[in-house]
Ligand binder design. Structure first.
Ligand code: OVM
Length: 405
């Protein structure tokens, strides 16, 4: 069987129109909102002719596919490649790229290590660091917020929380870029990211070892689960790798996008300043509006039907979370940024058994930085054009010149 982009080349199901758009092109990724709207308008599914796979963007459809792990599995990969048919670029993730019942075991270990209680112990530290960084940036006035804030903050506090003895902003961010770009086709951004592998992968794997972690961090909590024989020592190391894969680019992007949404909506920033306790709401609304993780795939493991469309076993389905989060059937005035909105039910962190296991710590980082900004910054003004960074799975900024006044 000849594969297309690493998966079975399925035909368009009855009732589904072909579409020649390339969702992985830098043009669409720089400005995805019109693509999201078209995807929803076209119907429950579109057939991506360039990739021989389905895509969905309506809230109800994305939610159904994403939350039904029995029909739509993650173990065949959450990118375009079908791991049942082609070897992945690295040993698969034992939390993201597996199904129940195995998934339940690794999920439990990470749930405990990243529990609300574990995160509560980090909050004061997160807020101190956020206040220090923001006060430096206020002193600077004008700066490029992707590097100086969005990348700097998580790469300072998260490795510390994990218990890494040594952080390296560039390596951690580039590693995230590899992991997320790997989910797409073999295009330029994937190739550029993959070329960094020899420099980055050995370093990351080294940092995951027990002897390179302090005995009081999240990493140590995961290794403690190995002592209790919930997982093996090798599995514990793989779960630390998952922290470093999923815990950097996501929060970097969420925080960068939050500074962007606030810089674009001065009246919303004024509301946040007036009441810094809205920081969590502002971060959640940024996640809903900008969907840092724009899309993940699932693979149908049975012949089935969704929204009246017959889907064949082996079909890759691109679930466009960014489109679902802007569906006006679910969210009133969906394209409006409103930090007081009820964001419950947004899909930026997924839904179902795989829903973001790091969300407590991710939210704590976002809340800390937005609280510090609300406390110390009078106005956030754009100081040049925001530029988006092409990425096969994320909607992330490349550069964001701003002024804190
Ligand atoms: C992992 C992982 C988990 C979530 C997201 C992610 C694609 C990776 O376990 O390595 O990025």
């Amino acid at each position: 069987m000849k594969l297309v982009h690493g998966h079975l080349p399925i035909d368009a199901p009855a009732g589904v129109q072909g579409w020649d758009i390339d969702p992985y092109s830098p043009e669409v990724q720089a400005d995805p909102v019109p693509y999201y709207a078209q995807l929803r308008e076209r119907g429950p599914f579109s057939y991506l002719t360039r990739y021989s796979m389905l895509a969905c963007g309506r809230y109800d459809v994305v939610r159904e596919v994403f939350s039904d792990h029995e029909r739509f599995v993650s173990s065949r990969g959450v990118g375009v490649q079908d791991f049942a048919l082609e070897e992945p670029w690295r040993p698969h993730s034992i939390i993201l790229e597996v199904d129940p019942p195995y998934h339940n075991r690794t999920r439990r270990v990470l749930m405990r290590a990243l529990s609300p209680k574990a995160v509560a112990d980090l909050r004061a530290y997160f807020l101190d660091e956020a206040r220090d960084l923001v006060s430096d940036l206020v002193a600077q006035g004008e700066f490029e917020a992707v590097e100086a804030l969005a990348e700097t903050y998580p790469t300072r506090v998260f490795p510390k929380a994990v218990g890494m003895k040594l952080s390296d902003r560039r390596k951690l961010v580039d590693h995230g870029s590899m992991v997320f770009n790997a989910l797409g086709p073999d295009n330029a951004q994937r190739q550029t990211a993959m070329a960094m592998g020899p420099e980055i992968i050995p370093w990351v794997m080294e940092q995951c070892k027990r002897e390179n972690l302090t005995d009081d961090g999240i990493g140590a909590a995961i290794y403690a689960s190995a002592d209790e024989e919930l997982v093996s020592e090798a599995e514990a190391g793989m779960l630390v790798r998952s922290l470093l894969s999923a815990g950097i680019d996501t929060t970097v992007t969420g925080i960068g996008n939050a500074v962007w949404t606030l810089s674009q909506n001065p009246e919303q920033f004024a509301a946040l300043r007036a009441d810094p306790s809205l920081a969590m709401g502002a971060f959640d609304e940024t996640m809903r509006l900008t969907s840092p993780v724009a899309a993940f795939c699932r693979t149908a493991c049975v012949d089935t039907e969704v929204a009246g469309i017959k889907i064949a076993e082996g079909t890759k389905i691109l679930c466009v979370l960014g489109a679902a989060n802007l569906d006006s059937a679910k969210f009133e005035e969906a394209e409006r940024f409103d930090i007081k909105r009820k964001t419950a039910g947004h899909l930026a962190l997924g839904v179902g058994v795989h829903m973001c296991v790091g969300q407590n710590i991710a939210r704590a980082e976002g809340q800390a930085i937005l609280t510090a900004i609300a406390e110390q910054v009078g106005v956030i003004e754009p100081a040049g054009d925001a530029v988006w960074r092409p990425n096969n799975a994320m909607h992330a900024l490349e550069s964001l010149p701003v002024r804190f006044g």
